[in-house]
Write a protein that binds this ligand. Structure first.
Ligand code: IPM
Length: 360
């Protein structure tokens, strides 16, 4: 298969972890005779530095022409200290999602047996957790009208959703549940928000088309608690943009490190794959960033094109690296010299030679 992949490493640890994901994809291409080409483009703070624009036209153009996008992370400390900056790295990511119509964000949360003791939660609570979060990505409070009064004392962000926006992602979430444990939980705040009541109404109506799915509803505040207390009750979670952002970051506690969670952002024409973690500038260029989320994002990219064996091989490599403790310091207790690159090299070697890869 020929794939033209746009690579947007972004800021902070983005470039380091994306380099490992790219390495893994190159190894897969070699092993299975695919032709993957990679075209790099600027986004975020690094794009602002060079072009004064967090999402240069050239980047949009490269992404529009690509079959898929591999995205790293954006943001840096200087911008975090100045939330009032008019031009911000995050705008790069948000505009990209919007302009490419990436309305569905899929975030798998899987507790690895080998890492149960890395979570601050109790092992028996989290063992066998396997959740798929469907987060709406181009609507809601992130994209509604924003206002600040002239005196600077009143501000508002509108949370707006249309039936169409709810329906298109809800269908995908129902379908995902059909191929899993057939349970769908809509997380909302329908006791307080009109937009949530719309979500409930629409999802309830669609449920008649999916009679084999058990649908339940949960308020976001309750879901935040249930996700930690009893994560195994969830199969597919469907939710709006901001609730999904918060819940998926919370879910990283179950897995043991946010450095393990990947995501796919899909639209009708485009697909982007990224780790869910941020740019974590403090860790940049120190070799301590966990590349597994980025590598698993590459596996999701392979899934997207139906390259199932290829994706499975990447995941086997990840599993083996975790089993052998070939992991960065966020997870590692056994060795203290495993760098970002070493994890990537190990998984690359595994792909080249699955039966013989060990730590060297
Ligand atoms: C994410 C991030 C982004 C979001 C930020 C960087 C704008 O937290 O991808 O989850 O809030 O969507």
């Amino acid at each position: 298969m020929k794939l033209n992949i746009a690579v947007l490493p972004g800021d902070g640890i983005g470039p380091e972890v994306i380099a490992q994901a790219e390495k893994v994809l190159k190894a897969i291409a070699m092993e299975y005779n695919h032709v993957f080409t990679f075209q790099h483009a600027l986004v975020g703070a690094s794009a602002i530095e060079k072009t004064n624009n967090p999402l240069p036209e050239e980047t949009i153009d490269i992404c529009e022409k690509a079959d898929a996008i591999l995205f790293g992370a954006i943001g840096n400390a200087a911008f975090d200290l100045d939330p009032y900056a008019k031009i911000r790295p995050e705008q790069g990511l948000l505009r990209l999602r919007k302009s490419l119509g990436l309305y569905t964000n899929i975030r798998p949360v899987i507790a690895y047996d080998d890492l149960l003791n890395k979570s601050s939660l109790k092992k028996k609570q989290i063992a066998n957790t396997n959740i798929l979060i469907y987060r709406e990505l181009t609507g809601g409070i992130y994209f509604g009208e924003k206002k600040l009064s002239e005196d600077g004392n009143t501000a508002s962000d509108i949370c707006e959703y249309t039936r169409f926006e709810v329906e298109r992602i809800a269908h995908l979430a129902f379908k995902a549940a059909q191929s899993r444990k057939r349970k769908l939980t809509l997380v909302d705040k329908a006791n307080a928000l009109e937009s949530s009541r719309l979500w409930r109404r629409v999802v309830q109506e669609l449920a008649t088309q999916y009679p084999n799915i058990r649908l339940n509803f949960m308020y976001i505040d309750n879901a935040a608690m249930e996700l930690i207390m009893n994560p195994k009750q969830f199969d597919v979670i469907l939710t709006e943009n901001m609730f999904g952002d918060i819940l998926s970051e919370e879910a990283s506690v179950i897995v043991g490190s946010i450095g393990l969670l990947a995501s796919a952002s899909l639209g009708d024409k485009h697909a982007m794959f990224e780790p869910i973690h941020g740019a974590y500038s403090k860790a940049a260029n120190r070799g301590i960033a966990n590349p597994i989320a980025a590598i698993l994002a590459a596996a999701m990219l392979l899934d997207h094109f139906g390259l199932d064996d290829e994706a499975a091989l990447v995941r086997e490599g990840v599993d083996k690296s975790l089993k052998l403790h070939i992991t960065t310091p966020d997870l590692n207790t056994k060795y203290d010299n495993i760098t970002t690159t070493k994890v990537g090299d190990f998984i690359e070697d595994f792909i080249n030679n699955p039966d013989e890869t060990n730590l060297n």
